[in-house]
Write a protein that binds this ligand. Sequence first.
Ligand code: NAP
Length: 246
Amino acid sequence: MAHGQDKTALITGGSRGIGAEIAKRLAADGFTVAVNYASNPGSADAVVKEIVAAGGKAFAVAADVSDAKAVATMFESIAEQASEVAVLVNNAGVMELAPIAKMDAGTFDRMVAINLKGTFNTLQEAARRMGDGGRIINTSSSVTKLRQPAYGPYAATKAAVETLTAILARELRGRNITVNAVAPGPTATELFFKGKSDELIANIKKMAPLERLGEPSDIASVVSFLAGPDGAWINGQTLFANGGAI
Ligand code: NAP
């Protein structure tokens, strides 16, 4: 099923974790994939090589999404190297956990800069440049409903992403562009495992009635659906993908 033929998909934070799996899945769907990364060119190149080896099309693009100028340059570079972005997947994100009483201001600012402002920066470029039939998929988190202690600032950035999603969908009226968000539950990546004990991980696995962590491929499947023809009627929504944890 190569519905992405002749279309370019940009995956922010496509070099590792969930983003790398989304990049591979959309390449298999036929899209030419721009694999964005911030600090780790080796990982982005490895994803590009894997896609090309499987017969797909991909290239790596550097940009810290929190830097509006770098994001504008990245969109320009993608248009020159391939074509205008037809599918934007805002996946780049960072998570630091601490109770509100203990969270330091620098960490708070960094999460807002990458998760919220970073999403805003690419949405702004996409809203200005994207053509008819475009798809935008943002990344929230199931913590916006789970609301566990220590997730406050992180969950707040993701709740803001859900709000931007719903409002941009309405602002793009008449252009045949859908804007949605995916809200994964706990998913087996470096971001999730960092700082968690085996016991805590075992407990988190039991949160969902399906009694396992999500895999990056579980989330990539949802993104593929939203980016493809079968997802055409979903607009302005946040899809929670967490095995039933909430
Ligand atoms: P991850 O394994 O830590 O990967 C993060 C990716 O984001 C990397 O490719 C990283 O690239 C990139 N990135 C970080 N800061 C960036 C920046 N300023 N500009 C551009 N790229 C940047 O994380 P993950 O678990 O796959 O998470 C992906 C998304 O899903 C995030 O938005 C996260 O909040 C969300 N999410 C994850 C879970 C989970 O349990 N894993 C659950 C719900 C939601 P570099 O290596 O180059 O920095």
